[in-house]
Design a protein around this ligand. Structure first.
Ligand code: NAD
Length: 270
């Protein structure tokens, strides 16, 4: 039997910077308690200071099972459950062809972006399966008993893929594209595996977003790269991290209980 939701709890990996930070801030504005997790603990603590709601900063390396398990344990020790998770930690690598990319760089990118999301799903879902399903607004469903019966939600997860996971992205390293495509496969499979348990799993596919990651890429890129990238977006600009955050919070929320295994492009028409 589903219980009624109290203050919901959101966990964000990669919460110390860029899209992850903006999403933690938005979750807090919406009233969630937040677990801000990042390999860079000082940056996670900096994000925490921006939040108006209860929260904790956790150091995590998403490539290590023991570290991800400890992150989930710490979150549950503090807040009792995890209602939403945004798996956003990620790395990019310099543009190079497959022939010119060293093997260890492929392993690093796949390790953080693909294996990292798999490990987060593994431990977040294991926790969510132990949680009582909750209903956010039972009054809304009272005249729909069948829907109501199945409406208890144990948790909702969003993974940070990318527009580069959806198709060829000339000039972007194949290891990054492959890692983001892998995230879509993980998302769809997890969604199907746990749909009947009341756990939704979706992904976002942003186009180029103005974050510290982009700054680092542009620093090393040849002149004209920024203008060239902007021109590829029909809206004529990059995304702001807050625009991605809004979509993530919507996908995590009770506004879309029938949406799972989906990916949402946030790509300015691209
Ligand atoms: N910026 C873009 O244009 C863009 C576009 C599409 C998708 N994305 C994806 O969105 C996510 C966030 O990107 P961003 O632009 O905000 O990047 P960012 O570099 O600003 O933030 C990424 C965060 O992940 C953390 N991180 C890196 N490795 C980690 C690890 N092993 N364990 C835990 N944390 C780790 C970093 O410390 C950093 O705080 C990434 O997955 C990225 O691939 C970014």
């Amino acid at each position: 039997m589903a219980t009624i939701r109290g203050k919901p709890v959101a966990l964000v990996t990669g919460g110390g910077s860029g899209i992850g930070r903006a999403t933690a801030v938005r979750f807090a504005e919406l009233g969630y308690s937040c677990v801000v997790a990042d390999i860079d603990e000082p940056s996670a603590k900096e994000t925490l200071r921006m939040l108006q709601t209860p929260g904790i900063a956790v150091q995590v390396d998403v490539t290590m099972a023991t570290s991800v398990e400890a992150m989930v344990t710490t979150a549950v020790q503090h807040f009792g459950r995890i209602d939403c998770a945004f798996n956003c930690a990620g790395v990019v690598t310099k543009n190079a062809t497959i022939v010119d990319t060293p093997e260890d760089e492929f392993d690093r990118v796949m390790g953080v972006n693909a294996k990292g999301v798999w490990l987060c799903l593994k431990y977040e879902i294991a926790q969510m399966l132990q949680q009582e399903p909750v209903m956010s607004d039972p009054a809304k469903w009272v005249d729909k008993p069948d829907v109501c019966r199945f409406r208890g939600v144990r948790g909702s997860i969003v993974n940070a893929s990318s527009i580069t996971g959806l198709g060829p992205a000339p000039g972007i390293n194949a290891s990054y594209c492959a890692s983001k495509a892998a995230i879509l496969g993980l998302t769809q499979t997890a969604a199907v595996e746990y749909a009947k348990e009341g756990i939704r799993v979706n992904a976002v596919c942003p186009a180029v977003t103005a974050t510290p990651m982009l700054d680092r890429v542009l620093e090393k890129a040849p002149p004209g790269t920024e203008e060239n990238l902007v021109s590829k977006h029909p809206v004529g600009r990059f995304a702001a991290p807050e625009e991605v955050a809004e979509a993530v919070c919507w996908l995590c929320s009770d506004a879309c209980p029938f949406t799972t295994g989906e990916h949402l492009k946030i790509a300015g028409g691209l």
